[in-house]
Write a protein that binds this ligand. Structure first.
Ligand code: UDP
Ligand code: MN
Length: 364
């Protein structure tokens, strides 16, 4: 019998839909006698329809809820998968997208007969959003809960439209699962080396590249930095045929707590030099919460931007300068905290969404 590790959280369970202490027993799955799952197209639909009107309480009828363990972990009953996949979703304040994606993914991944778990990794306010750091924190958390062999870092606003797009890693190289994305002109990827959106790495590949950089606070750069790491380790990027990796991008505005990072080009210039010492091996964060929700595991992460940046004195701008030059963005954080509209208009920062404002009020 296989047992997932037991997890404890310090917070009390306030919600009956949430388990905060969980031991997952697969006793009903004595898979000794099961044959390996075959790649079969019998269960697949090809191009899928998708519902964009999903609320947390609506479950897609195709989801076999009974078979999903708390924390969003699933495994087929009628065959054995030797690989297990953790889907890691960096997240903040996009609940409508999250509901749509989670429902859509469970339906598709079950049809693909995968053994998988879904991890939503949220960045606590008021820190600037940091997709790379969240991916690393998700990797570490998922690894400490299960024994996954493949990690798929997944944007919350991208829906796979063809279920032949198998959510598995490629053994020899990282795999970019996106071949077409409706947010780009003609759905075409903006450049060959683009690996944004949905990226699959085996555990070994993730360690080889030392994960994502943790230094990209705000929007942009972390995926190009990952590409530099992949190249530096002599990996190439593999993709499916063009008609397979088709994604629908859900529309959204810019996020006030994720403004474009003005230092991303500078950080990128030195990205490959830093990769041995900066990334998974150097990550520092606080896990404020961990909940095994019905359809996914939710992790809340906090970190201190100035502390993370100040370790990198060999950045061309020193950590201290970075913080000084970063004043504008620090101000924008104050804005988010204080709802100071005057400063906001001067800095051209978007007004935070209603949901975000409510959260801010609650937290300050
Ligand atoms: N993200 C989020 N909340 C934010 C900013 C980013 O959840 O406030 C996550 C989400 O998974 C999103 C991804 O980070 O899909 C990439 O950010 P964004 O969608 O803003 O980038 P773009 O659409 O420009 O690639
Ligand atoms: Mn997006």
């Amino acid at each position: 019998m296989e047992t997932f590790k037991t997890f404890m959280s310090t917070e009390k369970n306030k919600n009956s839909d949430v388990l905060q202490q969980e031991t997952i027993h697969w006793s009903s799955y004595t898979d000794k006698d099961l044959a390996l799952c075959k790649k079969t197209i019998r269960h697949l639909h090809g191009r899928m329809n998708t519902s964009l009107d999903v609320k947390a309480t609506d479950y897609d009828k195709q989801i076999v809820l009974a078979d999903i363990k708390y924390g969003g972990i699933y495994r087929p009953r009628d065959c054995k998968q030797k690989d297990s996949v953790a889907i890691v979703i960096p997240y903040r304040d996009r609940i409508e997208h999250l509901n749509i994606l989670i429902n859509h993914l469970h339906a598709m991944l079950q049809r693909q007969k995968l053994y998988y778990g879904i991890y939503v990794v949220e960045m606590s306010l008021p820190v600037q959003f940091n997709r790379g750091l969240l991916a690393n924190a998700g990797f570490m958390t998922a690894q400490s809960i299960g024994t996954y062999s493949c990690y798929i870092i997944h944007d919350v606003d991208l829906l796979p439209l063809n279920d032949f797009n198998e959510y598995k890693c490629s053994p020899n190289n990282p795999k970019h699962l996106v071949t077409k994305n409706s947010k780009f002109k003609n759905d075409a990827l903006p450049y060959t080396d683009y690996i944004g959106g949905v990226l699959a790495l085996t555990t070994e590949q993730y360690y080889r590249v030392n994960g994502f950089s943790n230094l990209y606070f705000g929007w942009g750069g972390e995926d190009d930095d990952m590409h530099l790491r992949i190249k530096a380790r002599n990996f190439t990027i593999v993709r499916n045929a063009e008609h397979i990796g088709v994604y629908l991008a859900l529309p959204h505005n810019g996020d006030s707590s994720n403004p474009p990072n003005p230092y991303r080009d500078l950080l990128l210039q030195q990205g490959a030099y830093r990769m041995n010492v900066e990334g998974l091996s150097s990550i520092s964060y606080i896990r404020k919460s961990l909940e095994f929700r019905q359809l996914y595991t939710w992790v809340l992460i906090d970190c201190v931007e100035s502390e993370i940046m100040s370790h990198y004195s060999n950045l061309r701008i020193s950590g201290k300068d970075y913080i000084k030059k970063n004043k504008i963005r620090t101000h924008s954080k104050h804005y988010v905290k204080n709802s100071n509209l005057h400063v906001a208009s001067k800095l051209r920062v978007n007004r935070p969404s209603r949901l975000l404002r409510r959260q801010i009020v609650r937290r300050t």
